[in-house]
Each structure stands twice: as C-alpha cells, then as structure tokens.
Design a protein around this ligand. Structure first.
Ligand code: GPQ
Length: 753
C-alpha cells in the first residue's frame, strides 16, 4: 500500500473524513503511515554492527525529518493541500520528545541520522524518559519546571516483544524495549533507536518535577537526569545508567546469538560507543555477562576493550562523573568486583596513582575506566582534543598515545538546512545542483558564485522572509512584536556561566545606556535568548531572571525600545531552534576560551547564513579557519591565556571593574530600575558573583566583546559585503556535516563495513 493510501486508511479506520480532520488527527495519520512503511525495510548489513549508547537522544520532532529522508515531503504537502491544510500546520501538533539536555543529546540524534544515511549498520541505545528533561515556564519572570509528557497513542515509539531482566540489589526489574525507527536519506535503510523502559511507569507529577526518587520500579524512566542535589537523586541516576547498559548489553548478546556468532568473537562483530561517561558501566557489565556465558575473564576484558570506544564532551571538572563504589554496591553489587579487577589491571599498566580507576576514597572515575578499557578515545573538536591530550588527560595520552583521536562534531543538513530552511536549500540546489545533500563538501562550489548579484539578492530575500516568518511565529506564540528590519542577534544554548549569557546581558546594559545617552543606532537590534537552566543551578536561573528583567525594562522605555529589544523565548528545544536559526544574522558563540568542547549551534547558524561572533573556543576555531578572519567576528583571550590564568590563579574580577567603565554596567543589575522589576535576592547574587568570583571570567573579555559586537553591527550596514560574507560561510559549512563526522568515526574507530 502506498503512503497516501495508508494515511487515508488510518483516517477511515478512525471514522474521520480527511477534510474534517483536525491537525492532531492528520499528524497521527501521517505518523502511523510512516511507521508502517518503515517496518517493511530490510536491516542494514555489515562486518560489524554499532551500538551507540547514550543517556540522551534529543531527536526533535520526527514527522518532517522522516518525510524528508523517505522522499515524501512533496507528496505529503500535496495530500494535505487537497484537504485544505499544510505540513507546517500539521507538524505543529507533534509534541517534541525532550530526551536530552542540549548539544550532547542533539549530537547523538544527528549521528543516528547520518549513520542511517550512510547506510551503516548502527542502532542507538538509551532510555524512554516519559516526561523528558522538563518544560520551562517563564511566565512568572523566572524559570519554573514542569513535566514534558510526549508519549501519546500515536507516537513514534514502536513496542517490541523484547524484555530483559535487570538484576538490581533489591531484585530484578524488567526492561521493556521500545524502538524508534531511523530511516536513512533516500537509501531504503532503516536503523533503530532502542529505548528501554520500565513495565509500569508512574504517572506525571501533578505540579513540578518532584517525585518519589526511591520508587525505582515505577519512576526509573520518569525524567532525564532528575535533580541530583540529594543522595536519592544521585542513586536514581546510577539506577538509570545501569538499567540502560545492562539491558543494552543483553540485547547485543541476544543479537550475537541470533546471528550465530560465537560470543568470544564479540569484537569482530560489534562496536560499542560510549557517548560521554553516562553509559560507562557497559564495560564491566559486558565483561560480567560474557563471563557468565562461559568466556574467560582475561578474554572478556580483552574483547570488551577491542569493542568499546569513548567520546569525551567536556573538560569541566564538575561534569566528569565519579561515583562512590558504595553507590554501585547499593545498586548493582555484581559490578563491584569487576570494577575492582579493572582497577587492578589498570594499575599494572601504570604506576601513576592519578590514572587509577578507584581513588583512595574508593570513588570510581568513570572516564578513567573508559580510557583504560576502550580501544579509542576522542574529543569533539580539534582544540578540545588538543586540550585533552596536552593538559586534561595528558597522563593518559602519554600512556596510550594511539588511542586518542579527534572527531570534530557535525550536524545533519537534512534537518538543519533542508528541514528548517527549505528556501535556502532550494536556492543552493538551483545554483550548484543537489549533490550537496549527500556530499556536503560540494557546498564549496558556491564559492564560484560569490560575485553573482542575483544570487546575493536572493540570499538576502530569503533571510528577510525567514525573519518575517519568525516574527509571525513569535507573535502568535508569545504575543511579542518584532521589527524585521532589525539585526537579529541570537544566543541559544543551555544556560551556563561558561557560555557567558551574563556577558551578553552586560552588553545589553551597555547598549541601553548608550542609546539613552543619545547614540541612536543606524538600525534596531533584537537580541534573542533561549535557554534552560538546570533546576538546581541557582545562578543560572538568576541569569535568566536578569535577562527577563532587562527585557521588560527596555520594552517599557519608549526612548530605547524602538532601537533595542530583548526576546527571551520560553522552553528552548529543537523546534524553537528550527525557527530561530534560519532567521539569525549574528551567531553568539561567546564561551570562555577552552571551556566549550565544540558547540554545534555555531555550525547550524553558519550553514543558515549567520556570521559568528565568537571566542577562539571549540569548533569556532575551525569555523574561522575555514571562512577566514574577515568573514567572522573573533574576540577575547585565547585558550592558552585562559588555561594559564587558571593555573596561576591570575584572574581577579576586581582588576577589571575597579574604577573602570565596566563597574557601572555591573551596578546596573541592582539599580533601582531593575529592583523595581525583579527580585532583589536573585539580581544581587548575579551582581555579587560578577564582582567577586566570576569563575568564567566574564570581565576578562567584556571590553573586547562590546567593541567587536559594535564593529559587527556597523558592518551589517554594508549590506552587499555582509551578504557576501554569509554566502562564504554557507559555502564552507559542508565540513560540519555529521556525515563527514560519522564517516571518520567509521574509518578510524568502528570499521562497520
Ligand atoms: N555537552 Cl559533558 C553537553 O551538551 N552535555 C554534557 O553533559 C557535556 C557536554 C556538549 C558540549 O558542551 C558542547 O560543546 C558539544 O558541542 C556537545 O556536547 C556535543 O559534543
């Protein structure tokens, strides 16, 4: 049965006349039709099969993405048009699963798309969080967290007959397997995202995201990373991690059995990827299961080391997981002797106490276990890998130089260009043909057209129409009105001090005061922010509050509001990003150099014709290398300078604000105007932190930032030169295709085909 017939059949089974169907019903009909069609696809074959373990898969809405990959967008549009609606309207009814925090989870989702699109055999393994991370509510002027349920009767989840018993200290808990199918781009391939769930999940909490963290049996898969500020929260996280890897390892061995492969040859047939340390217990767990099935311990350790590879995503110490061995013995005591044995084996390889798995306090360093017992270890951008090798993991690098390698992150252009910016995708295809869709390096051929006036005008027109579309969407969603003639300046990412949204807030204050002083800009500026803060991260929530207060203060000031606007968009997620990115003029990538491992929003905005205003951090460095300094706005201290400042305790915020112009920007945070709008306690915390700690060195770069941003805004007025720069950025964005990244993982690490 073809696609259209399946959609019609679904509707008729539900007694709905297509013309009378609601958006919701049409969305369900399309979802169901696509799901059935994918079921029919044959599985991919290769020498080895990849299992990509990740606690997060931030997949985003899947209707359009799946239609694109199956080549059905035009047919879906035609069908819906006949019934008086559009794909855009229908997809607006699709709930977005929030199965990730940010970049790490979104990367895993882009990777799934590329693995399938390259025709590689590789499935994801994760958890089916019912209420996701949380839904952010900003209506009160600060962040409130609510559950984000997404599983409906017609969701993308397919139930499977598979269940696996997970042996916890308190008894067995059954893991039930659900799959989300992942089609490759027009190649007939369908891989799977395996999400494990408990059998009897708890209902959503009535208010907020608190629940009984001791009720493991029902709540294990309720939320992603529940609040870990207390012990019950941290233990629950260990339960989640073990549940995922134990069930995942059983699935792997089951598929080995099905294929008739002997278990002691696991490394010949399987590659396991450990996405950050959350799935690291898969190492001792695989060893445990292999030994239980008759493989010798020595051989089990050897094949697991050959099978597993690990990606590090940060050098921030607080994000590198460590678990007291006591926690592991309370959750899965069977792993304790295995981890102790791995620690003993690691100590035979090195005398260096700092590289041990278990430290003197009996705490397990997950990343250390990964480096010792994985065949490969990679960072996610050239600078990040260099910092791992030369400082953060230098001892490990000396011990295992051949394990370390770099894999600069990437994004899928199917979603982040064809899906979110179809007009630009079509313009590119008209200009250079469509080969870029399967080989993004072809985008460089746009460089042959940098002086084509018609093309530059068309590019400009598309950006303008995307800005209008964003404005219309925001007006409907949040009731705000935006001048589309303004420069659209966009900072969208998790709220964290190292990402320095607070520095952008200080710029807004500077600009506000400058306009008040009579410096009227040549064009209005709209500053867009969207960010969730971790529920227990007080200062991050305070920074959101500062932004909301500034937004209100400026909007209420008729002398400034025609020229400056701050828009804080609630509940940042993949869908919000898809609306903002095609409309962005300036891409804010202003982390403290050395702290952002890579960034991927920077790549998405570049591909959509925004210019990067950024520090020499993460993948920004590679962006600027590709496009040239004249086509980006780089500022701030280098990672070497920053690393040295930390090493020598050389940064004191006082040196920067005392008696300088910066002081009045910081003072403004607790000015009478701001205190009239916001909460004193919250504003004061931000104010005091900037003056005293400022751990991520906001004041180190603020002056250079303001100066560079002003230059960037001035350059925007040379419209012709600016549009040419955006074209050069788009032309060089091909390097950041996740197809390139995945081809490198396959070539250097996985060897799947
Ligand atoms: N990242 Cl360790 C996350 O999103 N969550 C995490 O827990 C860790 C890292 C990000 C990182 O901050 C970005 O720089 C990367 O681009 C992204 O991972 C993907 O590698």
């Amino acid at each position: 049965m073809n696609f259209e017939d399946r959609v019609r059949e679904f509707l008729s089974q539900h007694n709905v006349a297509p013309e009378a169907a609601t958006g919701e019903q049409l969305m369900q009909a399309l979802t169901s039709a696509l799901r059935q069609m994918q079921f029919d696809a044959p599985k991919t074959q290769g020498k080895r099969k990849l299992y990509y373990f990740s606690a997060e898969f931030l997949v985003g809405r899947l209707l359009r993405a799946n239609l694109i990959n199956l080549g059905l967008v035009d047919r879906a549009e035609a069908l819906l048009q006949g019934w008086g609606t559009t794909l855009a309207e229908v997809e607006d009814c699709e709930p977005e699963p929030s199965l990730g925090n940010g970049g790490l989870g979104r990367l895993a989702a882009c990777f799934m798309d590329s693995i399938a699109s390259l025709g590689l055999p590789g499935d994801g393994v994760g958890l089916n969080y019912h209420y996701g991370l949380f839904r952010q509510d900003l209506s009160q002027g600060y962040q409130l967290e609510e559950p984000n349920p997404w599983i409906e009767r017609e969701s993308w989840l397919c139930s499977t007959p598979f269940t696996f018993d997970v042996p916890f200290a308190f008894g067995n808990l059954r893991a039930k397997l659900f799959d989300i199918e992942v089609p490759g781009y027009k190649n007939g391939v369908v891989n799977r995202l395996h999400l494990f769930d408990v059998e009897n999940p708890a209902p959503a909490p009535e208010h907020g995201i608190s629940f009984n963290k001791n009720d493991i049996e029902h709540c294990l898969t309720s939320f992603l990373y529940p609040d870990d500020s207390d012990e019950a929260g941290r233990l629950l996280r260990v339960y989640q991690e073990y549940f995922m890897v134990c069930a995942g390892a059983q699935l792997i061995l089951h598929e080995m059995d099905e294929a008739g492969h002997p278990l002691d040859q696991l490394d010949k047939f399987v590659a396991v990827h450990i996405n950050d340390t959350h799935p690291s217990m898969v190492i001792p767990e695989l060893i445990r299961q292999l030994v239980a099935r008759g493989v010798s311990v020595d051989r089990a350790v050897e094949i697991v080391e050959n099978t597993c590879a690990y990606t590090n995503h940060t050098i921030l110490a607080e994000a590198l997981e460590t678990w007291p061995i006591d926690f592991i013995s309370r959750v899965a005591p069977q792993l304790v002797p295995i981890i102790q044995d791995l620690d003993r084996r690691a100590r035979l390889r090195t005398q260096n106490e700092k590289l041990a798995i278990l430290d003197k306090n009996n705490v397990v360093h997950m990343a250390h276990m990964d480096v010792h017992f994985c065949c490969k270890v990679n960072g996610v951008a050239a600078l990040h890998t260099k910092i791992l090798e030369e400082s953060e993991m230098h001892g490990f690098y000396q011990l295992y130089p051949d394990k370390f390698n770099n894999k600069t992150n990437g994004i899928t252009f199917r979603r982040w260009l064809m899906g979110c910016n179809p007009d630009l995708a079509n313009l590119i295809t008209q200009t250079i043909g469509d080969s870029w869709i399967k080989d993004a390096s072809q985008l460089e051929r746009l460089l042959d057209h940098v002086n084509d006036e018609n093309l530059l005008n068309a590019l400009d027109a598309i950006k303008t129409s995307n800005k209008k579309r964003l404005a219309a969407w925001l007006e409907k969603k949040e009731g705000v009105q935006i001048d589309t003639n303004a420069v659209f300046d966009v900072q969208i990412k998790r709220l964290h001090q190292y990402k320095r949204q607070q520095m952008n807030a200080l710029y807004a204050i500077w600009k506000y005061l400058d306009i008040k002083n009579g410096h009227i800009p040549s064009r209005p500026l709209v500053m867009f922010f969207a960010a969730k803060a971790a529920p227990a991260y007080i200062l991050a929530k305070d920074i959101i509050h500062v932004l909301l207060c500034l937004s209100k203060l400026i909007a209420n000031d008729p002398a400034v509001s025609p020229w400056l606007k701050i828009v804080v968009i609630e509940n940042y997620n993949v869908t919000v990003a898809e609306h903002l990115i095609p409309a962005a003029n300036i891409s804010e990538q202003i982390s403290l150099a050395s702290k952002e491992a890579s960034g991927t929003g920077n790549m998405k905005m570049m591909a959509n014709g925004a210019l990067t205003l950024g520090t020499q951090d993460g993948a920004n460095v590679e962006i600027v290398n590709l496009v040239g300094k004249e086509n980006a706005y780089e500022f701030g201290r280098t990672s070497e300078e920053v690393i040295k400042l930390y090493a020598t305790n050389g940064y004191h915020p006082t040196d920067f604000w005392k008696g300088s112009d910066i002081e009045r920007l910081i003072d403004f945070i607790v000015s009478p105007e701001m205190l009239a709008i916001g909460q004193s306690e919250s504003l004061t915390r931000v104010y005091k932190d900037l003056l005293s700690h400022d751990w991520f060195m906001t004041l180190l770069d603020i002056e250079d930032y303001i100066k560079t941003k002003e230059q960037c805004l001035a350059d925007f007025e040379d419209r012709h030169a600016w549009i040419k720069k955006t074209l050069i950025n788009i032309a060089h964005a091909g390097f950041f295709s996740s197809d390139r990244t995945i081809a490198e993982y396959n070539r250097d690490i996985w060897h799947l085909v």
